[in-house]
Design a binder for this molecule. Structure first.
Ligand SMILES: [Ca+2]
Ligand SMILES: [Ca+2]
Ligand SMILES: [Ca+2]
Length: 306
C-alpha cells in the first residue's frame, strides 16, 4: 500500500462552524448566584467533526487545584500570610525537587508538568478564583497549560454583559513558580509559546488569516451585538501530544503579554490579594495569551525551566 496516494490530513487546517452549539452539560459546577453557568456544548464544524465548546476538558478526571482563593468554596484569604502553604498536598510529577505554583486564569486552566496533568482549575467560569499547586519534578521541567476563556453563548464566544446578550469576553493566564527556597524559577512572560485552537465569535469568516501556524484574527470585530446567533467559530485540531516535553512547539507564536488593566483584575480579589506573587517586583509575572485576548478562547501555552 502506498501512503503517497493518500493526501495527508493537514493538521493545522482551520474549520468553521456557524451558530450556537448544542448544550451537553448545563454546568460543570454550581456556585449559585455568584457564578455564571460553566456549560459545555457540541457543534459540528464544516469538516464533519464534532467540536466541544468552549473546550473538551479533564475537569471531571483531573486533580482539582488546591484553592488560593475561591469564593465558591468559601476560601477567601485577605493575603498570602493567611494561607497555610505547608498544608497543601504535593503532587508527584515524576521527580524529587519540590516546587509551588501560583495560578490565576481567566477563566480556566489545566497544568501539565513534564507531560503529567497535575492540576485543573476548580472553577471553570466565574467567580474568578486562584490556585496554589505544589509538585515534585526533575529538571529540566516542561510546563504546558491549556487556557480556556469560558462562554455563556456556547459556540458563539460570548456572554451577556455590558448591556449586550452577545458580549465577547477577554481571557488571560498568569503563573509564578517558586522552588523550596522561595526563589522564583518561572513566570508567565513572552518567552512562552501560545497557540489558539478555538476562535469565536467571527462576524465574518474572511477576517481571519489562517495559514499553517499563523492564526491571526486581529482584523476581526470584537464588538458586542444584540444578535450574534449567526456568527461563526474557527477550530483547529489539538495535537494529541501537545503537552509532552518533547512536543515541537517551535512553529507556535510567542505568547503575547497583556497588562493587568487590559485583563481587568482590579476588582478580582483572587488576584489583588496576592499581588506580592503575581506582581512580584523582582520577577513580575505578566498575563499571557495568544495574539487575540478576546476572540481566542482555547489557547495552549508552553515553556520549560532549565
Ligand atoms: Ca477559574
Ligand atoms: Ca503581574
Ligand atoms: Ca473570549
Amino acid at each position: 500500500m502506498s501512503v503517497l496516494l493518500c493526501a495527508p490530513a493537514k493538521a493545522e487546517e482551520v474549520s468553521f462552524s456557524t451558530g450556537p452549539a448544542t448544550t451537553i452539560n448545563e454546568g460543570l459546577i454550581d456556585c449559585g448566584w455568584r457564578s455564571r453557568p460553566s456549560a459545555v456544548g457540541e457543534i459540528m464544524s464544516d469538516d464533519g467533526r464534532m467540536r466541544t465548546v468552549p473546550a473538551a476538558t479533564q475537569f471531571h478526571s483531573g486533580p482539582h487545584a488546591p484553592n488560593l482563593y475561591n469564593a465558591c468554596a468559601d476560601v477567601e484569604p485577605g493575603s498570602l500570610s493567611d494561607v497555610d502553604i505547608s498544608a497543601i498536598n504535593v503532587v508527584d510529577a515524576g521527580g524529587s525537587e519540590e516546587f509551588v505554583a501560583y495560578v490565576f486564569a481567566d477563566n480556566y486552566f489545566e497544568l501539565y508538568v513534564n507531560g503529567v496533568l497535575i492540576a485543573v482549575d476548580p472553577v471553570p467560569f466565574t467567580p474568578f478564583n486562584s490556585s496554589v499547586v505544589k509538585f515534585t519534578a526533575n529538571r529540566p521541567i516542561s510546563l504546558a497549560v491549556m487556557g480556556v476563556d469560558w462562554e455563556e453563548n456556547l459556540g458563539l464566544g460570548s456572554e451577556a454583559g455590558r448591556g449586550s446578550p452577545y458580549h465577547p469576553g477577554d481571557a488571560g493566564f498568569v503563573m509564578q513558580i517558586q522552588d523550596t527556597s522561595g526563589r522564583i524559577v518561572a513566570i508567565t512572560d513572552t518567552n512562552w509559546r501560545a497557540q489558539t485552537f478555538y476562535t469565536s465569535p467571527l462576524h465574518d469568516r474572511n477576517c481571519l488569516v489562517a495559514h499553517g501556524h499563523k492564526r491571526d484574527s486581529s482584523a476581526c470585530s470584537t464588538d458586542a451585538t444584540s444578535d450574534g446567533s449567526g456568527f461563526s467559530a474557527a477550530f483547529w485540531d489539538i495535537p494529541a501530544d501537545w503537552m509532552e516535553p518533547d512536543f515541537d512547539d517551535s512553529d507556535w507564536p510567542l505568547a503575547v503579554a497583556y497588562s493587568n488593566d487590559t485583563v481587568g483584575v482590579d476588582n478580582k480579589p483572587g488576584y489583588t490579594n496576592f499581588i506580592e506573587l503575581f506582581d512580584a517586583p523582582d520577577a513580575d509575572a505578566t498575563f499571557i495569551w495568544s495574539s487575540n485576548l478576546v476572540l481566542d478562547n482555547l489557547v495552549l501555552m508552553r515553556t520549560s525551566i532549565d
